[in-house]
Design a protein. Structure first.
Lengths: 347, 304
């Protein structure tokens, strides 16, 4: 997948997801104190960007995506004053979040934004990417569920995001479904299509155990930004685990600018103890990767399973068959109810 | 019986689908279609179906309004273009049904408040959004029984049914629909979420409605009210149906809907198109009845 000589000396910018994707793994329940403690440790260990919002980003507080104890603005206002070098970022999914909310986040100190669309719908983020740039923010386009588009199709969408003003375009493996060679093909297609100054990012999920391997494949194919999370705290089986990835990068001579031991301590002493469930590749998380289903659906499917008696794996497989995408969390209970009716599990 | 002559402004998905809806109407006759792109599929269809067409935008239509007796115009352009279109039409005494998110005029959801608007003889009414038309009747079906603190709707649209105008202005869609959930739906706070899904074959439009009631939901009454309202919407959108629910959990009421279209301009999956064009047609028909009965006389209105 890569030659180690080709990686030695490469610089990679890590973007931490613990306080955004990690919110999903905590059913959005992370306190202000926990946020500040984690952000301070990440900042101290040299992580250059950390995302701080509801798991679904700006506008995420909802029936659909769950409610956090605080607003996105309150989280940002608590965290930003503690950062000495890191920049705070936010997630914005058009159709859910709006430019007004981006203005509010910027006013609270956010200086970077992931503008996310499904991997075929880049043109819904035109205004938002342009607005991020107008605010002077580090602006990324974030092509979610990237396994559902071909390398050439993804490159076409990436070019749109670049044309709207994105500094970076991400290949986002929301389902943790991509295999290393599929990551390589997609990153390579973007590298060939985009201007040399446009950066390429990779956001992985560990549902098939490939978070680290896929991130390395991405770097080898030309990516220079990698999303990571402390102890992998994130949706599904979590994201590429930060401290593990930094250790691997140190061994390969990839320059992340991050300090390994403090990141190990953060994972061990803070993140593992706060997990409500072990973020790992259990049967249902593996189903996400195998069936190509949005990682955030995991805990919703477990809840719908408890309600209807339909096994979570069956619900997830059916959602994959129906080609449901990120943001369609309402279709989880709906699908479970329909399956229960078919199986005569309900009265 | 004579029909009221209509103009369609905008030759995209909505404007083109409206041709088919109006041709079926006993009260309305589509006479003109206005576009800005001579090569658009919508203008070609309009021409083939016998409409007069212009690719010169609203100004290509204005000189013909009087001689062709146009009394109602449907604006399916964009929120940005609508303000100017509305001004020009209103000062010439043409009643405008606004299908953009501009929402200059009062918001209209036929089974909830159409009769009120017709009684007030409005010159411009706004149809909110496809998601608004699909979900506000359900919010109202709950709020007419007991107070709703919060209503949230999720509209899932097939990628092929969402045109460039909507894609470029998703925020407008969000703001207008959220506001209408409050103003017309009767919720104290509203939130609208849109999802665009590219699955093949395309998914039929889905809508989920969540209402948070102040007091414990009166389950049987809410279920009856929801079913009655679905029957009302089915009168103009036959493919509107309840898939699951109402599901009650604490003070949350969840209603899962599907909207299939008639398959006029786009195939049946594009229920989002139909619910908008059918609601606009129904709205125009009620005004047309008033005009034909002599109760509503359209007058030029100077707009400041």
């Amino acid at each position: 997948m890569y030659k180690s000589e080709s990686l030695r000396g490469r610089k990679v910018i890590l973007h931490d997801m613990t306080l955004r994707d990690g919110m999903h793994a905590k059913r959005e329940q992370i306190s202000l104190e926990q946020m500040v403690r984690i952000a301070t440790a990440l900042d101290g260990a040299g992580v250059p960007y950390l995302q701080v919002t509801h798991g679904a980003g700006l506008g995420g507080n909802s029936e659909q995506h769950g409610r956090a104890p605080h607003s996105n603005e309150a989280y940002l206002e608590a965290v930003v004053p503690h950062l000495t070098q890191a920049k705070a970022s936010v997630l914005l999914i058009p159709g859910l979040g709006t430019m007004r909310e981006l203005d509010a986040a910027h006013a609270c100190g956010a200086r970077s934004v992931h503008c996310a669309t499904h991997c075929t719908e880049a043109d819904t983020a035109r205004q938002h990417i342009a607005h991020g740039r107008a605010l002077g923010m580090d602006t990324s386009g974030f092509l979610m569920m990237a396994h559902l588009n071909s390398p050439a199709g993804l490159a076409e969408q990436a070019r749109l995001m670049e044309s709207y003003g994105a500094h970076t375009v991400y290949v986002t493996d929301s389902a943790g479904a991509l295999l290393p060679h599929e990551v390589s093909e997609r990153i390579q297609a973007l590298r060939d299509a985009l201007a040399p100054e446009t950066e390429i990012g990779f956001h992985g999920h560990h549902n098939m155990g490939l978070g680290i391997a896929n991130s390395l494949a991405a770097i080898a194919a030309g990516a220079s930004r990698i999303d990571v999370s402390s102890a992998g705290l994130g949706a599904g089986a979590g994201n590429t685990p930060l401290e593990v990835f930094v250790a691997v990068c140190d061994r390969l001579g990839i320059d992340t600018g991050c300090d390994l031991f403090p990141l190990m301590d953060l994972a061990e002493e803070v993140i593992w103890p706060l997990m409500d469930h072990m973020v790992r590749i259990d049967r249902d998380a593996l189903t996400l990767g195998f069936a190509g289903v949005y990682s955030t659906f995991l805990l919703h499917a477990k809840k719908a399973s408890a309600r209807t008696g339909v096994p979570a794996r069956d619900i997830l497989v059916e959602l994959g068959r129906r080609k449901m995408i990120g943001g369609q969390e309402d279709m989880i209970e709906d699908t479970a109810l329909s399956l229960a009716k078919e199986r005569r599990l309900t009265a | 019986m004579s029909k009221i002559k209509c103009a369609l402004i905008g030759s995209g998905n909505i404007g083109t689908d409206l041709i088919y809806k109006l041709r079926r109407s006993p009260l309305l006759e589509p006479v003109w279609m206005v576009g800005i792109d001579a090569a658009s599929d919508g203008l070609a269809r309009a021409r083939a179906l016998g409409l007069k067409v212009t690719d010169q935008g609203i100004d290509g239509l204005l000189p013909h309004l009087a001689e062709d007796g146009i009394q109602i115009a449907f604006d399916a352009t964009s929120a940005y273009a609508h303000a100017e279109n509305s001004r020009k039409l209103t000062e010439r005494g043409v009643l405008t049904i606004d299908l953009t998110p501009a929402a200059i005029g009062p918001l209209c959801v036929p089974p909830v408040n159409l009769r009120d608007h017709a009684a007030r003889l409005e010159m411009n009414v706004n149809m909110i959004s496809c998601a608004g038309q699909a979900t506000i009747p359900m919010v109202y079906a709950v709020s007419r029984l007991q107070t709703v603190a919060y209503a949230e709707i999720i509209a899932s649209l097939s990628s092929k049914s969402v045109g460039p105008g909507t894609r470029a202005n998703l925020d407008e869609f969000t703001y207008t629909t959220s506001h209408a959930l409050e103003q017309v739906g009767g919720a104290r706070q509203g939130k609208a979420i849109a999802i665009i899904n590219p699955a093949e074959p395309p998914m039929i439009m889905r809508n989920t409605v969540y209402c948070r009631t102040d007091a414990a939901p009166r389950r049987q009454e809410i279920t009856d009210s929801v079913l009655a309202m679905i029957a009302e919407v089915q009168k103009y959108v036959p493919g509107y149906r309840l898939v699951n629910g109402p599901v009650f959990e604490d003070n949350r009421v969840a209603i899962y809907l599907e909207v299939a279209g008639l398959g006029d301009y786009l195939p049946r999956y594009a229920g989002n198109l139909d619910i908008m064009t059918a609601a606009a047609t129904r709205t125009a028909e009620l005004f047309a009845q008033e005009i034909l009965a002599g109760a509503l006389k359209l007058q030029p209105v100077k707009v400041a």
